[in-house]
Every structure is written in C-alpha cells, then in structure tokens.
Design a protein. Structure first.
Length: 576
C-alpha cells in the first residue's frame, strides 16, 4: 500500500477504482492561409465564440438550477474571458498580419494570457489560469470541430485521478458516478475545490506528482478530511475504511435531515448556530449546511501569499458579497489577526521569541493604523449591504478596546465626510481569548455589545500550552477545569449585563464539549459549516435541563480527561 498526503479540499471518505483522465492537450496545427480566406477564418472565430458562450450560459443555467446561483457564478469568469476585447482584438490583428489559421493564432494568444496570469503573485488570480484554459479549450474545440469526451457518462463509481480538473468538468460529474477526485495541482481556493465542496464529493488536491504513480484501476481510498490517499490498500485497511465510509454516510444523512430546522432543545430552548469562514467562496457551504449566519469571518487570507497589500476595494467587494448572500442573517467580520502562527509576507516583522505573546492581532493593528483603518472602512462600507457586525481579536483589556473603537470612529467620520453610506448602528464586539479579558468581561462590556469566545487561543493562554507545538499537545485540554470555569464565568458575567456570548473556537463544534456549553447557556455556536448539521442534531435531541445537569457535573471533575470520559458516556446513553 502506498500513502500520499495532499491538501484536503472536500471532506468525506470514498473508496473506488482509479479512473485516470489525461490532460486534454491544447494543440492546433500551424497552417498558412490565403489573403482571401481571412474573412472566413474571422467568421469561424466569431461563431466559435458565440457557440462557446451559448454552451457556458447553458451550463451556468443547469448549475444554477441544480446547485444554486452562487455555484453558477463560477462561470461568470468564463464569460468574462469570452468578452475580453483585448484578447479578441489581438487574435484578429495577428490573424490579419501573420496570415495563419485562426485556431493556431487563438492558441498562441491564449497561452500568452495564461502565462501572464500564472506569474501573478496573488494566489486567487493565479488560479484563474484554470478558467482561461478551460474556456479556451471550449473555444478551440469549436474552432477545430472536436468533441470532448464527457465525464457525465461514467457507468460505475470511480475515483477521478487527474493532473487538474476544470470547474466545468467537475460540474459535469454526476454525483452517483464519481466517488471522489484527486488532483496533482490546485489549492483551497481553486474553483474545482469549491465545486467539490458544493457537490459534496470528497476531494484531495495538491498531490504534486502522485497521480503519475497511480495506475488505471488501482483501488484507492480518499480521505477528504485528512488529505490522505491510499493506493492498493491491504484487506484490513480497506475493511476499516469501508466500515468508516458506511458509518459516516448513514450518520451524515441522518444529520442532514435537521439542517434547516432551528437548534432547539427538547424542552424548547433555542440556540444560534453559525459558521466560521475564511473565504467568500464558502458562503454556499454555509447555506447548504444550515448555518444561521457567519459567527467568524477570518480575514487574514487577504494578506497571504502576496507581496502587496490588499486594497480597500478588495476587502469591500468580498465583505459585500458575503453580506449580500447571508442577509438577513448576520456576518461577524473579525479584523486582521496577524502574528502567532500566521505570518504575512508583506511585513518584515522581526523574529520574536514568543510570537503568540508578541506583536499580534489588535496590537499589530493599533501600531499600524493605516492598515487597520483601511479594513475598518471596507467593513463599514459593506455594512450598507447586509447585516454586518465587527469584532476585534485578542483584546486583553479595555484600553485596547477603546483605542480600536477610536480608530473605528475615525473611519466612520471619514466616510461621513465623503458621503459614503454605511450602517451607523453596526454592532462592535470583542473576542474573549485572553485570560485577562475573560476575567474582566464586565469592564469590557462598557465598550462592546457582544462577545465571542476564542477557545483556540483561550486554552493555550490559560494552560500555557503552545497550540502549535506537538510536544505539549497532550496538555491542550478544552475540558480542563480551569477552562470550563473561565467559560462559565464569561457567560454568567456577560449575561448579568445583558450581553450575548458566542463561541467561535473549535470547541464549539465538538459534540463532547457542546453538551457542556449548552448547559452553561452559551448563546451562539460558530463552527466549520460541515459540522453544523451534526451539532443541530445533537441540540435537538437533548433537553436543556439534562445539559444543565451535565454541565454542573462536568464542573466537579479534577481533570479534563475525566470530564471527557464523563460526557462521552452521557452522550452514548443519550444517542445509544
Ligand atoms: C480562537 O482563538 O479560538 C479563534 C477562533 O481564533 P483563531 O483560531 O483564528 O486564532
Ligand atoms: Mg484566536
């Protein structure tokens, strides 16, 4: 058995034979043409553009009908390529000048475009090369009159293995025939990965040259959760994964039944379940899994893998898109949380001995107010288009919160002067992820209207356990009595001053801890979209009274391990 590790693009486990699809080569013979044939070639080009446009619009309509409008938007990029005046005019003028067949000229121009895009630093734009090539292939097929073998006629359930898969090929995969797909290239923001998530086809991308080593028909196990692909597994591994696959499917189907129902306990107490996202492309998944808004929109992504800084416009467009598609539900945008384990290429930040305790998050923003204000302006501008809220990361005391609000106030004043609309009453909250904040919630309440507990950091800071150091990972215990007491204290103190408390750390999406948090009266749970149905199912299957008892008892244990053992047993009893 060989094992490969790639980037987990869409979660789930699938097993099936490899079905390799080769790269469709973009080729066209070079042929000289006579002067009199120029109009004919130009007409051929025009017809190919029209046919391709029709094809893309039809595909877009089908996707919109089958999967929703957001997914169909992926093909907007294809339509833009088809309408690109520069590209079209370059083909026309070169054809007239060089007197070569249009297919060849078109291919040359297309390659030049793809080349320019592939050299752009920005990962998102770089990945648009796939759109250019995808639509280019379609045009070329019309120019040389060749048909593309369809992926939709697959007869048995297979794992598609390819160097790359275009979004339109991904869209053409019929769910029942494609068990999973794996590719050598691609990243988390590639449209193909987005498609896989929307289609709920497990997918692993970025396997480098792994697909070269896989042969047609090889038995594969694709684990879209960990990004692991196993080739020709032994009987025992196969058996384990087959069982796992079946189990996951049955359970997931059951969970999905309740995804659009409210998260209300058996005795009628309602909780809010929202999603954590990092990219606007995750909006469809939030809706698909029944998210009631976005409880954490991490914004570091804008600054990664590039040399320049994102513009206000770039921030604004993304926030507006998310707000428009999630409204009337709220979208909580968290301002830049640089530092710790997230280093951004643009800033030459000196190496720090303890980066998690150093120049991070709000500390960085308050020192770099231009960068901070630019983001705040974009958030404010987008607030005119939906229900946007704002929250600051890593607040350690009220002074920081006041300073941040001061910059926010300046941003508001600027926009007012410029006559740019925004929501005057936009809500501002603070993340509670530093113990000093956890102990001064009543004071912070003077400057914030909501709180969101960031347990990923709160745990590392209160237990003094670096969250990225595997050597001390055994000490990282969400159910440690100190953590549970702190969370209880945050919720109770906030409720006394009529402030709602959410949680957006990973703890909020783990059933073992959710039962305790429910009993403590946490108001909102924010988690990765895929786990929402499961958590809704859990909440709908328990009474608030039972959860309160479980929380009460959990607080009596001396260690995190005892708490976890206890909740596991209680959940087992509740769910058989
Ligand atoms: C947290 O700390 O719990 C949190 C949600 O923020 P991040 O994981 O981005 O630090
Ligand atoms: Mg954090």
């Amino acid at each position: 058995m060989i094992k490969f590790k790639g980037i987990a693009a869409a979660t789930g486990i699938s097993i099936g034979p490899a079905y390799k699809i080769g790269k469709e080569e973009l080729t066209a013979l070079k042929e000289a043409i006579a002067e009199k044939d120029i109009p004919l070639e130009l007409q051929l080009f025009e017809e190919a553009l029209i046919k391709t446009r029709k094809e893309v619009i039809e595909l877009q309509k089908r996707i919109s009908f089958e999967m929703g409008q957001e997914e169909a938007r992926i093909f907007d990029a294809h339509l833009l390529v088809l309408e690109d005046r520069m590209l079209i005019e370059e083909v026309i003028s070169r054809l007239k000048k060089e007197k070569l067949n249009v297919a060849y000229i078109f291919l040359e121009v297309l390659k030049k475009y793809a080349d320019i895009f592939s050299k752009i630093e920005d990962e998102y734009l770089r990945e648009r090369v796939a759109d250019i090539n995808d639509v280019g292939r379609r045009i070329l097929r019309h120019l040389i009159g060749k048909e593309r073998p369809g992926l939709s006629d697959l007869k048995e359930k297979v794992v598609i293995v390819a160097h790359d898969i275009s979004p339109s090929d991904a869209a053409a995969m019929h769910k029942q025939n494609v068990a999973a797909f794996i590719t050598d290239i691609g990243g988390k923001t590639s449209h193909t990965a987005i498609m896989a998530k929307s289609l709920e086809i497990p997918a692993v991308v970025g396997l480098q040259d792994a697909t070269l080593k896989i042969k047609q028909g090889d038995m594969l196990i694709v684990d879209g959760l960990t990004g692991i692909v196993m080739v020709e597994p032994d009987e025992e591994t196969l058996r384990i994964y087959q069982q796992e696959e079946k189990k996951l499917k049955n359970i997931a189907d059951k969970f999905l039944l309740v995804k659009d129902l409210p998260a209300v306990t058996l005795d009628g107490r309602e909780f809010k379940i929202s999603a954590n996202i990092e990219f606007p492309e995750e909006v469809p998944s939030v809706k698909l899994h029944g998210g009631e808004g976005i409880g954490l929109y991490r914004t570091e992504f804008f600054y990664m893998n590039r040399k320049d800084l994102p513009s206000e416009e770039e921030h604004f467009e993304a926030y507006r898109y998310v707000a428009l598609h999630i409204k009337p539900d709220p979208v909580i945008i968290r301002t830049l949380d640089l530092g710790g384990d997230k280093f951004l290429s643009q800033f030459e930040i000196p190496h720090e001995m303890q980066p998690f305790l150093g120049w991070r998050a709000i500390r960085f923003c308050l020192a770099m107010q231009d960068i901070f204000k630019l983001q705040l302006r974009a958030i404010l501008r987008a607030s005119a288009y939906g229900n946007i809220k704002l929250m600051y990361p890593m607040i350690s005391g009220i002074e920081e919160l006041r300073q941040a609000n001061n910059v926010f106030y300046q941003a508001k004043e600027e926009l007012k002067k410029e006559g740019i609309p925004f929501n005057e009453n936009i809500e501002v909250g603070a993340m509670i992820e530093v113990p000093s904040a956890a102990m001064t919630v009543d004071i912070l309440a003077k400057e914030a209207v909501f709180f969101s507990i960031g347990t990923n950091d709160l745990i590392q800071y209160s237990l003094a356990v670096d969250r990225v150091n595997e050597k001390v990972a055994y000490l990282y215990e969400p159910a440690h009595p100190a953590v549970l007491r702190m969370i209880k204290n945050i919720i109770e103190t906030a409720h006394k001053v009529n402030i709602k408390v959410g949680m957006c750390g990973e703890m909020a999406g783990e059933p073992n801890f959710v039962v305790i948090l429910l009993g403590m009266g946490l108001d909102e749970f924010s988690m990765p979209p895929q786990v929402i149905p499961q958590i809704k199912y859990l909440i709908r299957s328990i009474s608030f009274k039972d959860a309160q008892e479980i929380a009460q008892e959990a607080l009596n244990f001396s260690t995190g391990k005892e708490v976890e053992d206890f909740t596991r047993v209680r959940l087992g009893e509740l769910f058989k």
